[in-house]
Design a protein around this ligand. Structure first.
Ligand code: FAD
Length: 391
């Protein structure tokens, strides 16, 4: 049964209905027994725990928003809470789900035709296939709205794609990757479902990461990759359509950032209760309490913000600047929280066994992906001043 989290200090869980709480309880138990015990080892070896692809599909956390795949009708707060629970155990697992569920399925769900949704969403939700989302390029990160070099040329009933992508999550083992490319016809960004077995497509793992080590990010090369028009996402006509996908996933990254902060804080709180210095638990020293209280303050403020931004999605009033502010704010608070948590553990704060070091390192990737703090700040800045300061 569902137990309230002590780290949800103001009881935001009460925004969830009973069915949603029950689903969270099942997920928590799966994560506790099957995922938590293996994450440090996979992080250390920089390997992805492939067994969770099926496991996460079985606990029904993939495909939650879509009529074709959802276990029951649910709220955006619930879906955000799922991201929180995943990240509270491991940011790498939350990122895998964010890519499969939010980015790959989000692209198909939000910009695909009814036929494309029917063909791809159920297979992605069941874990039969893994998806990836290829927007970023070696020469285009923050400026991908205008700077993409990858091109798509129409050739009869087909498209021919050429270019390269960088940082693409899950892409070392994905079965399909959504590739965003500039159409040579109208100069606009279009999306293509590219089966990874297609000739001319290749992906190689980015080695040597110190953040999100278990997540497999790839450099992708596309050399005269031919895909039929039926695999072009039918409702992705300009970058504004791509941005619709990012608006929703940014809000979920903000939820995941809260989860990372909670994971680190909970580990630090437990440690502080057990570690004795100067004859008493360090949690009874005033300065340690100050750190813990700053952590719970950050977590509580962030949950309030991400919960509201999800409600705005359900109410049909969420705009780009709303999710951008949540992503920028929650990831900045996360970064402070993991640093304070790591401080509480002293030397053990940099040892993998105590979990906090993993949260500390992984936070860096969440801070930068799905729009850096600066990019999300500029989205909000444009909305509140009327001046675009990107260029
Ligand atoms: P750059 O764009 O080169 O930026 C470098 C710095 O300059 C940043 O601090 C940035 O904020 C700043 N900057 C740039 N322009 C301005 C400006 N106008 N004003 C002020 N500051 C500016 N991409 C995908 O498509 N799919 C994925 O699955 C994916 N997964 C990822 C997973 C990880 C672990 C990481 C690290 C990245 C992933 N990305 C993915 C890419 C990610 O979205 C980009 O890293 C991000 O958008 C930033 O781009 P960049 O790294 O090229 O940095």
């Amino acid at each position: 049964s569902f137990e309230p989290l002590a780290s949800d200090f103001y009881g935001y869980e009460n925004l969830l209905d009973d069915q949603e709480k029950q689903h969270i309880a099942v997920l928590r138990s799966y994560l506790e027994t099957e995922v938590k015990p293996i994450v440090n080892d996979h992080w250390n070896r920089a390997e992805f725990p492939h067994q969770i692809v099926k496991g996460l599909a079985d606990v029904r956390v993939i495909g939650l928003p879509w009529e074709e795949t959802r276990p029951f009708e649910n709220s955006a707060v619930f879906r955000g809470w799922v991201a929180l629970e995943l990240a509270r155990v491991d940011a790498g697992v939350a990122t895998y789900v964010g890519v499969q569920n939010g980015l790959a399925m989000g692209a198909v769900g939000l910009t695909g035709s009814a036929e494309q949704r029917a063909e791809w969403l159920p297979r992605l939700a069941s874990g039969e296939i893994v998806g990836a989302f290829g927007l970023t390029e070696p020469l285009s990160g923050s400026d991908s709205a205008q700077g993409l070099r990858t091109t798509a040329r129409r050739d009869g009933d087909n498209w021919v794609i050429n270019g390269s992508k960088r940082w693409i999550g899950n892409a070392t083992f994905s079965d399909m990757t959504v590739i965003w490319a500039k159409s040579e016809e109208d100069g606009q960004v279009k999306g293509f479902i590219v089966p990874t077995a297609t000739e001319g497509y290749s992906a190689t793992k980015i080695e040597g990461k110190f953040s999100l080590r278990s997540v497999q990010n790839a450099d992708i090369t596309l050399e005269n990759v031919v895909v039929p028009e039926s695999l072009r996402l039918q409702n992705a006509n300009t970058f504004t359509d791509t941005a619709k996908v990012l608006r929703e996933t940014r809000a979920e990254v903000a939820w995941a950032a809260v989860g990372v902060a909670i994971g680190a804080y909970e580990a630090a709180l437990e440690y502080a209760g057990q570690r004795i210095q100067f004859g008493k638990p360090i949690s009874s020293h005033q300065l340690v309490q100050d750190l813990l209280v700053k952590c719970i303050g950050n977590i509580t403020a962030s949950i309030g913000m991400v919960a509201r931004v999800s409600q705005m999605l359900d109410d049909g009033i969420q705009r780009d600047e709303h999710s951008a502010l949540a992503k920028a704010y929650a990831t900045a608070r996360m970064r402070e929280t993991v640093a304070w948590s790591r401080e509480i553990l002293g030397g053990n704060g940099i040892v993998l066994d105590y979990d906090v070091a993993r949260f500390f390192a992984d936070a860096e990737a969440l801070y930068s992906y799905e729009g850096t703090r600066e990019m999300n700040t500029l989205i909000v800045g444009r909305a509140i001043t009327g001046h675009s300061a990107f260029v």
